[in-house]
Design a binder for this molecule. Structure first.
Ligand code: OVM
Length: 398
């Protein structure tokens, strides 16, 4: 056995969060399995090893939490998710229910509405002008998901401003609990979490929507009635910030990559590839932890039982051992096989919703906008798990 490489880098350091690519390269190059000395944990960052670990839920459990906090020894900041922070068999009923409610067949009834919503959002933004300069984060990347997703869930109109900060905190909370981003988020979390918790109750959900569908599944016996509110909570936690930052990523990639918008205008059938390539390139969800259920061999080393292992989706998605020219945002590549939505039994159950949102918005933009250009420096939004933009100054030429 060779000695396990140990790195001192802190994946949750603000400077690393600002530009994580050098840290990802260092992790990949150090070896298939690396010790993160600072947190007494392990990390994997190469595509083949990330995929293998994500596929092996029997060895790498999720029910001890997919953040740094080990639920066996420390108290989670909220009751664990029945999907993300669960393993078979408990994981499977909620997963099956949500997979059906959010699946491609179920989404067909939303397609036309979302296409029309996107057209109306873009038309309002352009306001009949031949050119507009906007911050694309609030006006497009955040505006579109917030316009369609809470309605699709069946949320009441007031209080929706709690959704983004609640989700942002949930993704920060996968990092160290004494980290500045987590401490800052703690301040108003009681109000955000209180509102989110209330909206998961049947009486606060519209009679039609994903929320009502979850409660109907409980009535059929596919879930217990005690599980239903926590499954609704998963939608509200995982379904807002992720799509905002995914759409932010694809808009940034298209504006920052010479020729990309022209190519997409010429071949609009590539909108879905464009979104998945942006998810690969940017990895809006950068990494999650797993916990070893016993001593688990990885390459020629062993991860001891009960250890936390940080699985870097973002590093795998740019691993040159797997991808040709991984740092290029390339609409002519096939990005399928990326692990930006994870892999295996926990792979993003909302990915069809995310793709439909992105496709609707990009299609509306492509029909009107001939040029998409950055007019200034985009500004990062730092989060312990998410890769995100706070500000994306764009010029849209009609
Ligand atoms: C959840 C969930 C699922 C995926 C991601 C996530 C905060 C949460 O089930 O609550 O991130």
């Amino acid at each position: 056995m060779s000695a396990l490489p140990a790195l001192d880098l802190d994946p949750f350091d603000p400077e690393v969060l600002r530009d994580p690519l050098p840290a990802h390269a260092a992790l990949r190059d150090a070896g298939p399995l690396v010790r993160l000395a600072r947190y007494d944990t392990y990390a994997i960052a190469r595509y083949a090893d990330v995929r293998a670990a994500l596929s092996d839920w029997q060895s790498f459990e999720s029910s001890a939490g997919v953040g740094l906090t080990n639920f066996r020894t420390e108290t989670p900041w909220r009751p664990p998710s029945l999907l993300l922070e669960a393993d078979p068999p408990a994981h499977d009923a909620p997963r099956t229910v949500l997979a059906k409610i959010l699946g491609p067949r179920a989404l067909r009834r939303l397609r036309e509405d979302w296409a029309a919503d996107a057209v109306s959002l873009v038309d309002d933004l352009l306001g009949g002008r031949s050119e507009v300069e906007v911050d694309a984060v609030p006006t497009l990347a955040a505006a579109f998901p917030l316009r369609v997703f809470p309605d699709a869930v069946g949320l009441r109109a007031d209080g929706r401003e709690h959704l983004l900060p609640y989700g942002d905190h949930a993704f920060n909370a996968f990092g160290p609990t004494d980290n500045p981003l987590v401490l800052a988020g703690n301040e108003h979390m009681a109000e955000h979490a209180g509102w989110v918790g209330q909206q998961c109750l049947r009486e606060n959900l519209a009679p039609v929507g994903f929320g009502a569908d979850i409660w109907a599944a409980a009535d059929r016996g596919d879930l217990t009635h005690a599980q239903a509110p926590l499954v609704v909570r998963s939608l509200l936690t995982a379904g807002v910030d992720t799509t905002v930052h995914g759409i932010g990523a694809v808009l940034h990639a298209l504006a920052a990559t010479p020729g990309a918008w022209d190519l997409l205008r010429a071949r609009p059938e590539l909108v879905r590839v464009a979104f998945d390539e942006a998810v690969r390139w940017e990895s809006p969800v950068q990494a999650f932890f797993r916990t070893t259920v016993r001593d688990v061999p990885v390459a020629d080393a062993v991860v001891p039982a009960g250890a936390k292992l940080l699985v870097f989706f973002a590093a795998a998605n740019r691993d040159p051992r797997y991808w040709a020219d991984p740092d290029a945002f390339d609409l002519t590549r096939d990005p399928s096989g990326h692990v930006g939505f994870g892999m295996g039994i926990h792979q993003c159950v909302g990915q069809h919703v995310a793709r439909l949102e992105a496709e609707s918005l990009l299609t509306a933009l492509l029909a009107r906008v001939t040029r998409l250009e950055l007019t200034g420096e985009p500004v990062r939004h730092l989060n312990n798990t998410l890769r995100a933009w706070d500000s994306l100054p764009l010029r849209l030429t009609v």
